[in-house]
Design a protein around this ligand. Structure first.
Ligand code: ZN
Length: 256
């Protein structure tokens, strides 16, 4: 889709000193007071100068002290080396700096942030980042605008974890939710995704039980009207999610 606005990044100040560069790959820089904390480090190393310029134009010469990756996939880590070299920033993710379930706090005179492991919805290394004063929650690739985020098999246990993790995220009562990719959203979208997932699961189980073909199932479970505006949902995400649920139900790994 040539008209996808996210091909052109937009820097949004979601709270005082909290800037999110909204694009296909999101990243943020946060003024803790005298030091900046980065969340996510993009996929393309050639964006280093552009990003450094945007940080300087919003935070002045505040040094970058920490770079947090919600998980160590290549589309979240490309600028780690740049920030380490330019500022001596500490790189933090569950692969290079593992933390326990209680997570880790980053505090400054202006703001504080908490990084908290919430593993296994997307990768074993998944973390979220919570800014309590701004009520902003960075959820990495746990929420993907209609995607089932798992990079492993969809089973009953995995489905249970997905739902429980979304409930934990909603319980923060965030005002701003920053997914790893695409537009910002709020707690309502997290809740809607859980309902959508349950609807797929129950609908597919019922249809498989009744002996329906994949084509009939797709016709019975079209993209819900209220989700048509979700980022790239009609383009491919609904079809992808439906396919995953159909395969999991047919194989017996997932039940209703
Ligand atoms: Zn990922």
């Amino acid at each position: 889709m040539a008209s996808d606005p996210l091909e052109r990044p937009d820097v949004v100040e979601v709270a005082g000193g909290v800037y999110v560069r909204v694009a296909v790959d999101n990243m943020a820089w946060i003024d803790l007071g005298g030091a900046a904390l980065i969340v996510e480090a993009l996929e393309q190393a050639h964006l280093a100068d552009e990003v450094a310029g945007a940080i300087a134009s919003t935070l002045g010469d505040t040094p970058v002290k920490y770079v947090l990756n919600t998980h160590p996939h290549g589309d979240h880590t490309a600028l780690n080396g740049f920030f380490r070299q330019r500022y001596g920033a500490e790189i933090i993710n569950q692969r290079v700096a593992p933390m326990g379930p209680e997570g880790r706090w980053f505090e400054g005179p202006r703001r504080r942030a908490q990084m908290l492991p919430m593993p296994d919805c997307h990768t074993p290394y998944d973390c979220v980042v919570w800014l309590p004063d701004a009520r902003a929650l960075f959820v990495g690739d746990v929420f993907g605008w209609g995607l089932i985020p798992l990079s492993r098999e969809l089973t009953d246990a995995a489905a249970q974890l997905l739902i429980e993790t979304h409930e934990r995220l909603i319980a923060f009562q965030p005002e701003v939710v920053v997914p790893g990719h695409g537009p910002l959203c709020g707690a309502a979208e997290l809740l809607r995704w859980v309902e959508y997932f349950q609807w797929l699961r129950e609908g597919v189980a019922r249809a498989v039980e009744a002996g329906k073909s994949d084509k009939q199932i797709a016709a019975e479970l079209p993209p819900p009207q209220d989700m048509h505006g979700w980022w790239r949902f009609l383009l491919w995400k609904h079809e992808d999610s439906l396919g995953k649920v159909v395969r999991a139900i047919r194989s017996g790994a997932l039940s209703a």
